[in-house]
Design a protein around this ligand. Structure first.
Ligand SMILES: [Zn+2]
Ligand SMILES: [Zn+2]
Length: 171
């Protein structure tokens, strides 16, 4: 399968310091993500390969449209993942995190795939201060407060509140 993310690097390895840039649009199906969150049809990937004395440094970014469910209000989230990566490829693996150079080729797809999957939020929220749902009536509090909140506060707490106010005044 010919893919722009399998790169022959014979020339790069010959001359350390050589740079090769790749701009590609990769079909989501090629990544075989096995998660439902990534909804793009194609994922643009830009990569820069730079040969060093001990391998090839790969930096770049991928952008993917992503969807999920807010863990607080259960609302739908549609967002963009911008995934930046910096990895090493080595013929002789010295760095434990490095990827292997096999048959003078680097295979970038598994590395980009791994980085995209790591960037998918595990417990997403639609926004940082999402108030979520009311624990009593289930109303979406981002659309306004519900009637549960108008119940009078327990008078015992009012005493504590007054105490706390006095303390903050003194300090
Ligand atoms: Zn939310
Ligand atoms: Zn409520």
């Amino acid at each position: 399968m010919a893919t722009p993310l399998v790169v022959n690097i014979i020339e790069l390895l010959r001359r350390p310091g050589t740079i090769k840039d790749i701009d590609a649009s990769i079909a989501v199906a090629d990544f075989d993500f096995a998660v439902e969150q990534i909804i793009d049809v194609v994922i643009p990937v830009t990569v820069r390969l730079e040969s060093l004395s001990n391998g090839v440094a790969v930096t770049g970014r991928a952008t993917a449209q992503w969807q999920g469910v807010c863990r607080r209000c259960l609302g739908h989230i549609n967002s963009e993942l911008i995934v930046e990566f910096a990895e090493m490829y080595q013929v002789v693996l010295q760095d434990p995190d490095a990827f292997a150079i096999e048959q003078d080729q680097v295979s970038l797809l598994p590395m980009v795939r791994e980085n995209i999957l790591l960037a998918v939020p595990l417990a997403p929220t639609c926004r940082e201060d999402c108030p979520g749902l009311c624990g009593q009536c289930g109303a979406d509090l981002s659309e306004g407060s519900c009637s549960c909140e108008t119940t009078a506060p327990d008078p015992r707490w009012a005493v504590l509140d007054t105490l706390r106010e006095n303390l903050t005044k003194d300090s």
